[in-house]
Write a protein of this length. Structure first.
Length: 216
């Protein structure tokens, strides 16, 4: 996995989780949730696939992703403040969706991925959206107000983006041959397979448990 592909993977997971938390304000049954997750999977795959053709046109981004991370962090902070203060999750949700889609295009255009990797990334969007939304059902029963919980996640998200902004140039210039032995011990694709396998088991468990709850 190249560096930009790694950043794209993290953005897909973090943005999807954030969007799923905001969607927790809606009440979806499993059918609607699966439908929304499938739509997200398809859109993610199409954006990643089409963005590959913009590699040359957006090549200047490779040296400027630190600024993009900084902009993302700032937008998340503003959206978080608006969401928590105003309680209007729809506006923040739309902003996060737009930033998410733009981020996919920008990072995917400079990532080196084959069709199989694109499918894995898109599948991860489906899984994270499904799992995190299921977790929101529990978070609504927490002692703290739900917007506060979402705001805490968004604040951590913004901090991570700010850290990426500060460290991007240094990370880009690292000598990755120093880490070859570690990469041999922990191949990236095998880690992805393990993570996806664990999440699939969780999805199946949620569905089975939901089915039992409906029968009782």
């Amino acid at each position: 996995m190249d560096l930009i592909g790694g950043y794209l993977l993290l953005l897909l997971v973090l943005f999807t989780a954030n969007i799923a938390l905001m969607l927790g304000n809606y009440k979806f049954n499993n059918v609607k949730l699966i439908f929304v997750s499938v739509i997200s999977l398809v859109i993610s795959f199409l954006l990643i696939y089409v963005s590959g053709y913009l590699n040359a046109q957006l090549a200047f981004l490779l040296d400027n992703f630190s600024y993009i991370f900084l902009i993302i962090a700032a937008i998340i902070v503003v959206s978080m403040i608006y969401y928590v203060k105003k309680g209007n999750f729809k506006a923040s949700l739309y902003v996060m969706l737009i930033v998410f889609l733009i981020s996919i295009v920008l990072f995917a255009s400079q990532a080196s991925m084959d069709i199989f990797t694109m499918l894995l990334y898109s599948l991860l969007v489906f899984i994270v959206l499904f799992i995190v939304y299921q977790l929101t059902k529990l978070l609504h029963h927490a002692k703290r107000k739900y917007p506060v919980i979402v705001g805490e996640y968004m604040s951590l998200f913004a901090v991570l983006m700010f850290i990426f902004a500060l460290t991007y140039n240094s990370t880009l210039n690292l000598d990755y041959t120093m880490f070859s032995s570690f990469l041999i011990l922990t191949p990236t694709y095998q880690l992805i397979y393990v993570i996806i396998g664990i999440i699939v088991v969780l999805v199946v468990g949620v569905l089975i448990n939901d089915g039992k709850g409906g029968n009782s």
